[in-house]
Design a protein around this ligand. Sequence first.
Ligand code: SF4
Length: 370
Amino acid sequence: MSFHDQMSQHPWKEIAAQVRGRSASDVEAALAGRSVNLEGMLSLLSPAATPYLEEMARRAHRLTLQRFGRTIQMFAPLYLSNECVNACVYCGFNRHNPIERRTLSVDEAEAEGRAIHDLGFRHLLLVSGENPHRVTLDYLRQVLDRLRPRFSSISIELHPMGVDAYEALIDAGVDGLVVFQETYNRERYGDFHPQGKKRDFLWRLETPERGARAGFRRVGLGALLGLCDWRVEGFYLALHAQYLFRNFWRSQVNISFPRLRPAAGRFEPPHPVSDLHFVQLLLALRLFLPDAGLVLSTREPPSFRDHLIPLGVTTMSAGSHTEPGGYSRPTDAEAQFSVCDDRPPRAVAEVIRNRGYEPVWKDWDAAFLQ
Ligand code: SF4
């Protein structure tokens, strides 16, 4: 059964009604067991769970210590290109936005990699707008040849591809895949993604499965917070991660929490997510998925990020540039969104240490598989 088949058994409207109908006793029942099931997850995402956030936080902290220890994995994104064939209404790289477009040459990508390496990072996320004619498999192989010697782990967040292309990228040294569904609300999906290949809801939805089938060691999911009701998105994220854990045991599943930030085009989120609700979502996912990596990006402000460290986060980016070429020299290229935590990576690492955690720059080496 594909994830889409499984998701079809849980219509959006029914989940929305259920999550709003939960009571305090449902939340207490969810918290009474040793683990949280899907029914419990609905309760933890519900408005009725608000008075229980402290209890959820204590349990999330305990669970994360048990599974991950006092460590925070560090990574940096490297933006290869801001060219895109899609027109996502919330994104600065939307093909209709009149911004300066740029795809890094292989030499420029290597210079970016060198600058990121000099900042201390050994885990890299290659990111790009979706233009398969500019960011081709051949181009990626050349870039990876240059970057591989400096990084122990390289993940990608690029246009969704088929299993064969993913296998080729794994052979070229990529070990992780990140793809955000943006929203699991199929009815609204087309409103936010009016043009380009990204209009195809199903192709995107099944990308994590294709990646896991191809053999990626890490697979990352996320919903863009602010597009639709976060409580319902949280349920589908949990369902999606659970599906991947059950069907592809070789892949570590990570969940990111991208919350909409200002970008070119000035899109206003129709369902803004407050800090409190952001925390509730993170805690509920930790309690439901004790083994999932939870990823926090520089979209969030410094003090908020610092407070989330003991609550279940396992992975953080720092010092990020979301414009191609931004690490190695000042550039006019447009950023995908404005970063909120612009502290240098070493300063973020210092905060992590001060909170009693170890910033981990390298926890994996491709040589393990050889
Ligand atoms: S979200 Fe991604 S696919 Fe959509 S316009 Fe931005 S870069 Fe392109």
